[in-house]
Each structure stands twice: as structure tokens, then as C-alpha cells.
Design a protein around this ligand. Structure first.
Ligand SMILES: [Zn+2]
Length: 239
């Protein structure tokens, strides 16, 4: 065994001992088996949960949208943009609408600011331990990953490439290395035409249902068409 392998084995032995000490008798089995299969075992239950969701962004995306459906939008909420950071309104339509991140609808500690549901131990979304909401948390671990996925889908091209069996989402041709992430319904159109869609259905426009990987030339052509439509839709300046 090389020195490096010996060090790795020792590190894993220590991490596993730490994890076992901190592990409650109830723990999501999928997360545990994921953690035990890592080249470097996460040393705490919380890190095991983080690692699990980081590796499963599509699952996180689906779960976050499902949890948000349980909450629904707060009464009176509409999708608005704003540049006053204190109000917590998104500055651009590119950011997914998240009512529970806005100051007037925020529910405070123990609730997730993305989906609006209670957060439990280890940032989990189910109270397996009957210990009530985790008052130190304002995000589910899953919702952190979903939020990253929605805001920066181009960080997930490898995953999308696999999901699409390496075919361009638009042309069906083989995907090139330079393929780019595209919103099937562009976000400017979501803002201009689908703004009244009830929340959280709106989130589907940021999630997997509206994402595709397309070849660069196809993407450029699609964007040019969209830009033309956008110009045509803009009211003509008064003479
Ligand atoms: Zn959440």
C-alpha cells in the first residue's frame, strides 16, 4: 500500500468512527449507503446529507418543487422584481421567484426560504426523529442544491448530457463538446407572458422540465429568433 493509500485509509477510518458516533439510530438509508460508498467518507451526518444532495441535483430539483407545492404562495403574493435588497425581491427575472425569501413573507428560523416548509435535523425535509423544526436552519439541504441548479444550470451540463443520451435537445443530433444549456421557454418570455402562473408552478421554468442541452449553432439560431420576437413585442417608441 502506498503512503497516500495508507493515509486515505486512516482518514476514512477516523471519519467513519466520527460518523458512527454522531449517527442517530434513525437516518435516511439512501444517504447512509451513499456516504459509506464515498472515496472519502463524510465525517458527520450533516455532511453526509449535503454530499447526497450535491450528487443528486435532479432529485433535489424535483423535491424542492414538490415541497413548494405543499406550501403554495402566501396569500396576496405576486411575482415582482425590485432592486431594493432589503425587500428581498429578485433584481432580475433570471432569478427564480421565491416568495419566502422576500422580507414580508419570510417565516424565519425552522422554515426553508426556498420551499416554505419546515426544516428538520440535518437539513432534512422529514422529521424522522420527532424533534420538531431545526431552529438553526433556514434552508433544506436539498433546496440549497435545487437553488444552485435553477440559478446556474450551466454548471450541470455533464448531467444534462447524460440525461439526453448525448443528443441535442433541439435538433436531435449528436451533442458537441461546446453544447450549451437552454431554457426551452426563455426566461424573458416567462416574465413577459407567463408571469401570472401560480407559484410554485412557475418554478418549473427553472427546473428540469424547461432545461435542455443544445448544440451551440442551434442555440445561437434560437437566441436570434427570440431576440427578434422580443424586439417585435416591444411597443414602438412614440413619434
Ligand atoms: Zn426547502
Amino acid at each position: 500500500m502506498s503512503k497516500w493509500q495508507a493515509e486515505k485509509a486512516e482518514r476514512n477510518r477516523q471519519s467513519l468512527a466520527r460518523l458512527n458516533r454522531a449517527l442517530p439510530s434513525l437516518f435516511p438509508p439512501a444517504v447512509l449507503s451513499w456516504a459509506l460508498g464515498r472515496p472519502f467518507v463524510p465525517p458527520t451526518p450533516r455532511l453526509a446529507v449535503d454530499s447526497y444532495w450535491r450528487a443528486h441535483p435532479i432529485r433535489a430539483d424535483r423535491l424542492a418543487r414538490a415541497l413548494a407545492t405543499r406550501s403554495g404562495a402566501p396569500p396576496g403574493w405576486t411575482w415582482q422584481l425590485g432592486d431594493n435588497r432589503e425587500h428581498g425581491l429578485p433584481a432580475t427575472y433570471r432569478t427564480p421567484p421565491a416568495p419566502y425569501r422576500e422580507r414580508i413573507y419570510t417565516q424565519g428560523p425552522g422554515f426553508c426560504c426556498v420551499c416554505g416548509q419546515p426544516v428538520y435535523r440535518f437539513g432534512w425535509h422529514v422529521d424522522l426523529w420527532d424533534s420538531g423544526a431545526n431552529m438553526n436552519a433556514t434552508w433544506h439541504c436539498a433546496c440549497v442544491i435545487a437553488w444552485q441548479f435553477w440559478n446556474a444550470p450551466s454548471d450541470y451540463t455533464r448531467l444534462l448530457r447524460r440525461l439526453q443520451a448525448r443528443r441535442c435537445g433541439q435538433s436531435g443530433r449528436r451533442l458537441w463538446k461546446s453544447a450549451e444549456v437552454d431554457h426551452r421557454v426563455p426566461l424573458f418570455r416567462v416574465w413577459s407572458e407567463h408571469r401570472e402562473t401560480p407559484w410554485p408552478d412557475l418554478l418549473n421554468y427553472w427546473g428540469l422540465p424547461n432545461l435542455q442541452l443544445v448544440n451551440r449553432d442551434v442555440h445561437a439560431a434560437k437566441c436570434a429568433l427570440e431576440a427578434r420576437d422580443r424586439r417585435a413585442a416591444r411597443p414602438a417608441p412614440a413619434a
